[in-house]
Design a binder for this molecule. Sequence first.
Ligand SMILES: [Ca+2]
Length: 217
Amino acid sequence: MSKLSTVILAFVSMIFCSWAEEPSPTQSPLDQKQGVLQEVWFNIAGNDVADLTRHEEYQKSPQHAKIVSKIDFTNLFVPKVFGQRFTTLIVPEKTGDYRFHLASDDASELWLSKNSSDKDMSCIAFVRGFTYHKGWFSQASQISEPIHLEAGKAYLLIILHKESGSPNHIALAWTGPDIEKPTIIPENVFHLPEILEKNKEGILKALATPAPASAEK
Ligand SMILES: [Ca+2]
């Protein structure tokens, strides 16, 4: 072997070793800063949000989870019956009054906190039955009152969605400073909330569990 190829080999193995060492044992999908945690429970009957929240399975870890960038979905998990929850911290870039528009098939609820804590949450909008896809003005209850949000402050946001048969969809939009028409909330606003230690193991397992093949569209 020539001197040059020995040097190249040594260099390549150095790169390989540094790659191999990179992942740290503490790294997890939950360490990322941006995003929305989507948690799904399958095979729960009914088309009311309460059919999910009162179900004993809902007290347990989700069966499937994903970190998504925004809340804008159609035909998820067709044709399965499911309930899901989206959890994120919303950090607006501009201070002002915002209205949230929730659209879904089937029913859904939008909860917002006054801060990053789940102790100060209230239901600010909901869909009964269903709306058309991105039908932002179908029901008075799907539009929140104006809510004053401060730039750079984190507000905990949770959406509950119950689906009892295809088709299905869910989307979240807002109006606010310089946003006149309902616009899907952009991904840079969503920050992944810190997950309680007691819930971490179950969520990590759900993140690693694909949705049942028959449930994918
Ligand atoms: Ca449906």
